[in-house]
Write a protein of this length. Sequence first.
Length: 150
Amino acid sequence: MLNHIVMMGRLTRDPELRHTQAGTAVASFTVAVDRDFKNKETGERVTDFIDCVAWRSTGEFVSKYLAKGRMAVVEGRLQLRDWTDKEGNKRRSAEILASSVYFGDSKPKDGGSTGGKAGKDDDFQLPGDFGAGSDNSFADIADDDGDLPF
């Protein structure tokens, strides 16, 4: 059996981090994902709003580094939950149980113009972000004899 989902979209609100009674971190967030096709009547793309839940270190990562408006890639599985509302009606909710969450965009240059907590941690660097003043270029190795090691 296979239940694997990968999606990319923007967070619609800042993630909400909570802890269980046992102290386990759990973050809830919603991702807006555009469909690949346009609506025939309006000519606009339809957007799906997908609820996500991330547990433990993944939840802590989401809460610390992502915020409303940030692009995220979420990998996980679809989970259906049955529950009863306040009026006693049986309801069903679908959500993504995130196993991995990745950045889908670059770190904001202005320290978090997207709002929330993302981009405000100066110690955090995205891959390829070599620090202030770096030109991100490679340097030649001075003692390279040209022989391959294999």
